[in-house]
Design a protein around this ligand. Structure first.
Ligand code: MN
Length: 292
């Protein structure tokens, strides 16, 4: 097997706000090298780099809004987030936890800082990924998978190098916690200083990593600091990372869907006609009801 070479290292784009609770760098599809198709099935990546929110009695966040045609995956590194949706899903995720919401045929949801956390304030750090669904599953039933840190597959690295948390997919036979519609590997590497890890992902899979904390060397030659994203070539399989200090790295790799993408706002379908149908269904209240 060959090394999967670095195609691009991307510094965090200018921040923008999602509601008043999420201060994000939009790596996908914000970067001109990273339009939705390039990292498909990962069609959006918003990253709230570590940011201090002062105490607030009114939880900050984003109010009721719809989604159709894909999944939203939220990974909390700092702070706590509460989620509610119109299919009855809901819960709170805290540091190290993940919520995997399948919007599929349509959902309304709201995402806020958890009430008590909001009252205290603190550092907040989170990733939200949108994972596209294949055409045949876009109109399936919504579902919600709360994935606590304990549920994830864990791999201890050699020489006290740290730990891998398998959110989805697998690593050397250790299975992740999430069920997915298409083959995806989503892994948090929590590396101690000088710790290293080796990954192999199929050459054809779209693959990237995001440095959440610390700084790392990728493939023994590319230094990558915190809050930078690395996109890999669709050639070769092997990626090595080694930590220059205690570091957290999110690795994502998925089989491309190779289906047309028609996206508008919170809807991601295959054709423009389906997007218009989504707006029509939403306006007719077919996504259910959720109190603001
Ligand atoms: Mn949302």
């Amino acid at each position: 097997m060959k090394t999967k070479k670095v195609e691009l290292v991307m510094q965090p784009p200018e921040i923008h706000w999602v509601g008043d609770g999420f201060r994000v760098h939009n790596f996908i599809p914000g970067g001109f090298h990273l339009e939705m198709e390039r990292m498909n099935p990962f069609i959006l990546l918003d990253y709230n780099s570590k940011y201090y929110f002062p105490p607030s009695d009114k939880p900050k966040g984003v109010g009721v809004h719809p989604h159709r045609g894909f999944e939203t995956v939220s990974i909390a590194y700092k702070g706590r987030v509460a989620h509610h949706d119109s299919s009855g899903g809901g819960g709170v995720i805290g540091e190290g936890d993940v919520q995997w919401m399948t919007a599929a045929s349509g959902i309304l949801h709201k995402e806020y800082h958890e009430k008590n956390w909001s009252k205290q304030g603190g550092d907040f750090q989170m990733v939200q990924l949108w994972v596209n669904l294949p055409a045949k599953d876009k109109m399936s039933d919504p579902k919600y998978q709360p994935i606590t840190n304990e549920m994830m597959g864990k791999v201890q690295l050699q020489d006290n190098g740290g730990i891998l948390e398998i959110i989805a997919g697998s690593y050397h036979g250790i299975q992740g916690a999430a069920s997915t519609f298409t083959p995806i590997h989503l892994i948090n590497a929590r590396l101690n200083k000088t710790g290293n890890a080796i990954f192999d992902f199929p050459a054809s899979y779209n693959t990237a990593l995001l440095v959440i904390e610390g700084s790392i060397i990728v493939n023994e030659n590319e230094m990558v600091p915190a809050d930078n994203l690395v996109l890999f070539e669709n050639k070769g399989e092997i990626i090595t990372i080694s930590a220059l200090e205690n570091s957290i790295v999110l690795l994502m790799s998925g089989e491309p869907l190779n289906e047309p993408i028609a996206a508008h706002g919170p809807f991601v379908m295959n054709t423009r006609q389906e997007i218009m149908q989504a707006f029509s269904d939403f306006n007719q209240g077919k996504f259910g009801y959720l109190e603001d």
